[in-house]
Design a protein around this ligand. Sequence first.
Ligand code: PNS
Length: 163
Amino acid sequence: MNRIAIYPGSFDPVTHGHLDIVRRAAGIFDSVIVAVTDPGGKKTLFPLRERVELFGKAVRGWPRVSVQSFKGLLVDYATEKKACAIVRGLRAVSDFEYEFQMALMNRHLSKRRGSSLETVYMMPDESYTYLSSSLVKEVARLKGDIDHFVPPAVCTALKKYIK
Ligand code: PNS
């Protein structure tokens, strides 16, 4: 049985915390599709195409990991890909409420479509619990050092955008 997991997010931009979750997910699923999309109602710094490109560069050569973009409902995309699970990272209690709501909404929607999609939460390494794309962008904007938090291509792209 080919157990496919979808790791969805806006990834604006990808950080080492996201990569840590992909690595963990790839260890327990047969394949992982990183699914990049636009966050509902929020503007992003990087356009969708570039967010996909940057994530793709960061996981180039990783076995059984691919990066794609999608539009529309996550459950529809996951059903189309024949995924059995959605993977999300959980850093702290503050993430919980939003994640809980999303997981139950996705469960409801997938049940209505006759599929059963589970949401699996994974904790990143503790050194990444305070890391977020928003904070990385803020630090970069204020000319702080972000090399420890993001892959080299993201570092270069952030410096270019923020100049
Ligand atoms: O990285 P983010 O911004 O926290 O990711 C949120 C994301 C993209 C996973 C969520 O907004 C999503 O699933 N969007 C796709 C549209 C959808 O299915 N919305 C209903 C979710 S319950």
